[in-house]
Structures are given as C-alpha cells and as structure tokens.
Design a protein around this ligand. Structure first.
Ligand code: GLN
Length: 289
C-alpha cells in the first residue's frame, strides 16, 4: 500500500511519462479519499487502505490509457462554478474563460435598452459558457436576460441541463439541433451570440492526443473553419442591430475569423489572446447601414 508521500513523489515522474499534469494524480487521490487539498500537506504519512488503493490504481490505469481526469471525477471547475462532464461533452478549458470575460466586459460597455435582451450560445456542450454568463447576468440583473443554449448532441444537452440546475440558473433554455436550425423561432434576434465551435483542423497532429472527447466537438473540415464560417455567415439574420458575435477559435485562426466577420458586415472586429498569449477569441459588432 502507498502513503500520500509515495504518491506525491510518483506523480512527478508519472506525469512526465504519460504527458499529463502532475496534479491529476494527486487530485485523483483526493477524490478517492474524499479529502480537500490541505490533506496532501497535513497527512503525508497516511497509508491507503486496501479498498482505497484498489480504486486509486484503477483510475491511474484509466488515465494512462487516455481518460482525462475530469471524466473520472465527472466534474470540472470553470469560471466560478462546477460543471458535470462526461464522454458526450468537451471538458471546459480555462482558455474559454476569456470568452466569458470578454462578453461580460462588452455587455458592461454596451448596455442594451431592450427590456428582455437575449443571448444565444451555439454548441453549448457541458453548458459552461451559457451557464457562466447566465449566472453572472442573473446575479447582476435578475431574470432580465434570457439565454438560449443549443447543441446537436442530446447527450450533451442532458449534461448541460443538469449543470444549469446544479448552478441554480433559471434563465437558460435549451434546444436541440444544428446551429441556428435548433431555434424554434427562426426570426428570433439576439443581442449577443457566442460560440466555442469545433475548430481543430482535421489534419492537426494535436487531435491525436484528444482521444477521449467527442470528435464532433473538436474538429471541423476546411482547416477547422467550416463551422465558424457557417456561424458567422448566418449571424446577421439572428443579431439585433448593434449586437455582438464572439467566437472562440484556434491560435492560428484569428486573422481568418476576423476577415470573415468583416466580410459579413461586422464592425469593430478584434481578436483577444488567451492566458497563454495565443489568439483565441474574435469578436465584432453587427451594425447595419
Ligand atoms: N481548445 C481546445 C483544444 O485545442 C479545442 C476546443 C474546440 O475545438 N472548440 O484542445
């Protein structure tokens, strides 16, 4: 049986060997033991019992085989909230918090006079973007804003609905379908449209490392730009004049996405970097002339 000290030591070499973050092993240990992070510091000498060791080892084998930690624990923190995840959803990435942050900043700088403004999230997955925004809007403005979150995958929508309930947001409705086709009211206009669509080039070597997550959430044809093009091209039919479109994309797609937005009539188009300094979110305002 291992002690906490043994596992802390192992986690470093193990992380290098399996190309995963070293905190995955210690976080997995905390999950198995049902302990908070402080336990790793205060209980170095604790030795796992037979059952704990067996459960711990089983998870380590799964991680080695490519299962992300979040699928083992079933949860991932994002923004200030916790989200359930499973094999039907992309695991929320910290970089996507930039999208949430930018949209909230834009809303603060461009307050709408509409009494019941609407926000649309296309390809919601676990719901992390829609629910984080709905949560912040609900805290600040009650149920004034209504959020619509769509996804093609019924499995993902089931997870997103649970996440809305878990985080006690009541201003989000969910719809199933492909991008804008999911909307009941095809004439509906939104103040804000956001999306983190699949954008990895089908030929990108990086995809080979993402074996556990749904490929339909990760990769798109046309150098990863096919879904982004669809979202941008149809956004003018679904945005209020002066409305915002904000899209997450690959580190090398900033110029292409900005060009697309300008071509479809967006103004004030700009690209924002993620926490690693890579182009990650491009946003623009739809202004008809
Ligand atoms: N940012 C993710 C990655 O590169 C991909 C997310 C996406 O395709 N929307 O791992």
């Amino acid at each position: 049986m291992s002690s906490v000290r043994d596992i802390k030591r192992q986690s470093v070499t193990w992380a290098e060997t399996y190309h995963v973050p070293s905190f995955w092993m210690t976080d997995w240990l905390l999950y198995v033991l049902g302990q908070a992070p402080l336990f790793l510091i205060t209980n170095d000498n604790y030795v796992l019992n037979h059952d704990e060791q067996a459960r711990f080892d089983k998870g380590v084998v799964q991680i080695q085989a490519g299962t992300p930690l979040a699928y083992l624990t079933g949860t991932q923190a994002f923004w200030s909230l916790d989200f359930q995840v499973n094999e039907h959803t992309l695991i929320p990435r910290p970089d996507t918090e930039v999208l949430v942050e930018q949209v909230l900043a834009w809303m603060a700088a461009n307050p709408t006079a509409n009494a019941a403004p609407r926000l649309l999230d296309l390809g919601t997955g676990s719901g992390c973007i829609a629910i984080s925004l709905a949560y912040e809007l609900q805290q600040a403005q009650g149920n004034r804003w209504q959020v619509t979150a769509v996804d093609m995958s019924t499995g993902a929508l089931a997870v997103a609905k649970q996440n809305a309930a878990l985080n006690k947001v009541t201003n989000v409705t969910f719809a199933q379908g492909s991008w804008y086709d999911a909307l009941d009211d095809t004439d509906a206009r939104f103040e804000v449209i956001v999306s983190n669509p699949p954008y990895i080039d089908e030929a990108d070597a990086h995809l080979a490392q993402l074996i556990a997550e749904p490929i339909s959430a990760l990769s798109a044809p046309n150098h990863g730009l096919a879904d982004i093009e669809h979202i941008v091209a149809h956004a003018p039919q679904h945005l209020q004049t002066g409305g915002l479109l904000a899209i997450e994309h690959g580190y090398d797609q900033g110029v292409a996405v900005a060009d697309l937005m300008r071509a479809w009539g967006f103004n004030d188009v700009h690209t924002v970097q993620d926490y690693g300094g890579r182009d990650r979110v491009t946003m623009g305002q739809y202004v008809t002339v």
